[in-house]
Design a protein around this ligand. Structure first.
Ligand code: ADP
Ligand code: MG
Length: 706
């Protein structure tokens, strides 16, 4: 729990030593909020402030207000009720109106303050009784010259927990602790960590001021400036840290050199490439060629929406490796995907003299041994496979390139394992079809080189997406029938949010029966795939659909990412309101892969939340995965986005990559500029930065791979 500094300062003092805390509350603060030290409390930021700077005329008080401050003369008061119903009711009046104040407790004490005609400053949570505004248990203060214009104060409210509230530490009372803490902290305890030039350029308050003002600002703009600076720190240091990891890899990692484009690549490119590359494919290939020629390890993330043509980029890169005398491997998360890759690559290479094999968990022993020895002798140039590929026994003669497809199903540890397959680490290309918004990529993958394929091959027909209610099911079934009559295939997708959910499973089975009733054998055959099946059964069902033995696939979301059945042109998504945006988009990507017009039908019940409505609207409006990812991020926040790595990098305390996009861009630019001029941060001006980074050194999982 070390905060800002590891040396002993007031900030590392145990929290129980703060006046007003003590051992009991201290333990609770540790358990409930991870507050161990003075420094931790300093970094426990308020989530809002009560505005006591304004005095509202009573006539203007309305239901939209939460806390309110008014000022007026006491006109009357009385004690009514008995026992538990006993309460003190008073009225104050300003020159616009009258307001009721009520106390149920501390009546004797309040009564002593009640002087008719006296002017009071009143603050509290607004309530309404029979349409009239009132405050229960307001803060009451005689209005004096000193507070005549209202107190110039924004009172901080802190995140807290139920257990802490019981111990008297609610959102407001934590402010009493920070109020005790702040005067004990001095400028020297919070030394500057940003270069003067940045502070000047962005007009930031000093670090010390920022910490004071974020808790107790004198006014809104002071708060805004403090917040902006502290957010910037988070974003900037994250960028700097990742920039340095990346820079170090570029400068110091050893990498295999692919310096020539040779016969294999050229032969394929000139004679066997079945289509013209898109501009995006060409650009990415160029980036990869630059990366791999430098003598440093490539660690590149390739993002391309479904159908953007990543496979061919993978193949061309593998051929580049082969031209330079190196082996390469392509790993897929599942057997089906590996098989699919192997089939399409073999087909592309059928007229070429390049040796390619597939190795998966189900490869038979004899074949397996042949492959293992072929890899060791170097006879096999390209290997496609699943996780089985990286088991310890698999040794290559000279692995130069590892490509990982559909990255988010691949563990970090598994990627790290790759490093053990060669003395000089192979180049790594990670391909993902989960579009990630730019801001997210900058923060979550800022330590990787990063390519985007934002262009689809020409001639694709955009998928027609519509939203329909349950009640339209019969006509939808008729529509599917027509499509099947034209020779096409259809998916019915059911939500299975939790693989173990019994209810979801029952719904799937019910759905299956329902589909079957509309599409009876022997005219129609149906495949079903779900997470509770044995892999063999799943595979068989997939294969039958692929080969068009079955016209209909009923499946849960386990349906493979990347599965390619170009003849399937209809997708019906059941209970579509239960899917997240990115997931809807990924699933939809299973259709629209052939030359036919494809359709996606989002079926929902009548009752929809606003968020669900928004998701459906976006899906019907666009096929652009990046736009959808952007919206998903806005709707759900960064924590939930699928396919992104869960790491501390996104867990900023204050900054949000959605709301603080602009600040993130600034942080990124400044970080890039700085590292360009001074990659080690060794200049006098940047020493501050460096020592701060070292102090705060976090664990980045990827630094192991990098
Ligand atoms: P993904 O990026 O989703 O993995 P694929 O590599 O599977 O996409 O490509 C999708 C389809 O588009 C494949 O059938 C592939 O042959 C085709 N394709 C890829 N690149 C092009 C291109 N430049 N022009 C035409 N078709 C292409
Ligand atoms: Mg793919």
């Amino acid at each position: 729990m070390s905060f800002i500094s590891t040396t002993t300062t007031i900030l590392s003092s145990p929290i129980e030593y703060l006046k007003g805390v003590g051992p009991l509350r201290g333990d609770l603060l540790k358990k409930e909020l991870n507050i161990f030290t003075f420094g931790d409390l300093l970094e426990h930021f308020p989530y809002r402030h009560l505005d006591k700077t304004k005095i509202t005329p009573i006539a203007q008080v309305n239901m939209s207000m939460d806390y309110v401050q008014v000022a007026g003369r006491l006109t009357d008061f009385e004690i009514v009720g008995e026992r538990k119903g006993k309460r003190l009711i008073a009225h104050i009046r300003d020159n616009s109106g009258t307001m009721e104040l009520t106390w149920f407790q501390g009546i004797n004490w309040v009564q002593k303050m009640m002087a008719i005609g006296e002017e009071f400053l009143v603050f509290g949570k607004l309530g309404f009784f029979m349409g009239k505004p009132q405050i229960v248990h307001p803060e009451l203060e005689v209005r004096t010259q000193a507070n005549a214009v209202g107190k110039s104060l924004l009172e901080p409210i802190y995140p807290t927990t139920e257990k802490l509230k019981v111990r008297g530490l609610n959102g407001r009372s934590i402010a009493k602790l920070t109020a005790v803490l702040l005067p004990q902290i001095h400028v020297k305890d919070l030394p500057e960590n940003l270069p003067e030039s940045i502070i000047k350029e962005l007009k930031f308050p000093s670090r010390y001021e920022a910490y004071c003002h974020i808790h107790f600002p004198a006014d809104q703009s002071q708060y805004d400036n403090a917040l902006r600076r502290l957010k910037f720190e988070e974003l900037f240091f994250a960028q700097l840290r990742m920039g340095m990891i990346k820079g170090n890899r570029h400068r110091f990692s050893k990498g295999i050199v692919f310096d020539k484009v040779g016969d294999i690549f050229n032969d394929f490119y000139n004679h066997h490439l079945p289509f013209q590359l898109t501009g995006a494919q060409k650009r990415v290939l160029k980036e990869i060629r630059q990366d791999t020629a430098r003598g440093h390890q490539m660690n590149r993330l390739l993002q391309g929406d479904v159908g953007s043509g990543k496979t061919i980029v993978a193949l061309l890169t593998m051929l580049l490796a082969a031209d330079n005398g190196y082996q390469s491997c392509l790993m897929a998360p599942t057997e089906i995907l590996a098989q699919q890759h192997f089939n399409s690559l073999s087909k592309l290479l059928s007229e070429m003299n390049v040796s390619i094999r597939i190795l998966t968990g189900s490869t038979k022993k004899a074949e397996r041994e042949k492959i293992l020895s072929g890899l060791q002798s170097g006879d096999i140039q390209l290997l496609v496979g699943t996780h089985a590929l990286i088991e310890g026994v698999v040794q290559f003669k000279n692995l130069g390139l590892a490509i990982v497809d559909e990255q988010h199903r691949f563990g970090v540890a598994q990627r790290a394992e790759l490093q053990t397959k060669a003395t000089i680490p192979p180049h790594v290309l990670v391909m993902t079809a989960t579009p990630i918004p730019r801001t997210m990529a900058m923060t979550a993958y800022g330590d990787l080189d990063y390519s985007v394929m934002d262009e689809l091959p020409p001639g694709r027909k955009p998928i027609t997406t519509v939203h329909r209610y349950e009640t339209a099911r019969p006509s939808i079934m008729d529509f599917v029938k027509q499509e099947i009559a034209k020779g096409r295939q259809a998916y019915f997708i059911y939500p299975l949010i939790e693989e173990s959910s019994k209810l979801d499973f029952e719904n799937l089975m019910k759905g299956y029966e329902e589909v079957k009733a509309f599409f009876p054998e022997p005219n129609y055959y149906i495949s079903m795939v779900h997470g509770k099946q044995k892999p063999e059964i799943k595979d068989t069902n997939m294969m039958r659909f692929k080969t068009n033995d079955t016209q209909i696939m009923v499946a849960t979301t386990v349906i493979e990412v990347g599965v390619d059945v170009p003849n399937a042109s209809v997708m019906v998504m059941e209970s579509a309101e239960r899917f997240g945006l990115s997931q809807l988009h990924q699933l939809r990507g299973r259709v629209g892969r052939g030359s036919e017009q494809s359709f996606c039908i989002l079926l929902t019940g009548q009752k929809l939340t606003n968020d669900a409505r928004e998701r459906l609207k976006i899906m019907c409006a666009t096929n652009d995965g990046f736009l959808i990812a952007e919206k998903d991020l806005e709707l759900r926040g960064p924590g939930d986005i699928e396919g992104t790595r869960q790491s501390g990098m996104l867990n900023f305390k204050l900054a949000s990559i959605v709301q603080d996009k602009d600040l993130l861009e600034i942080a990124k630019n400044l970080s890039d500029r700085l590292l360009q001029d001074d990659p080690d941060l060794s200049s006098a001006e940047n020493l501050l930065l460096k020592s701060y980074l070292l102090l705060k050194k976090g664990k980045t999982e990827w630094s192991r791979v990098a």
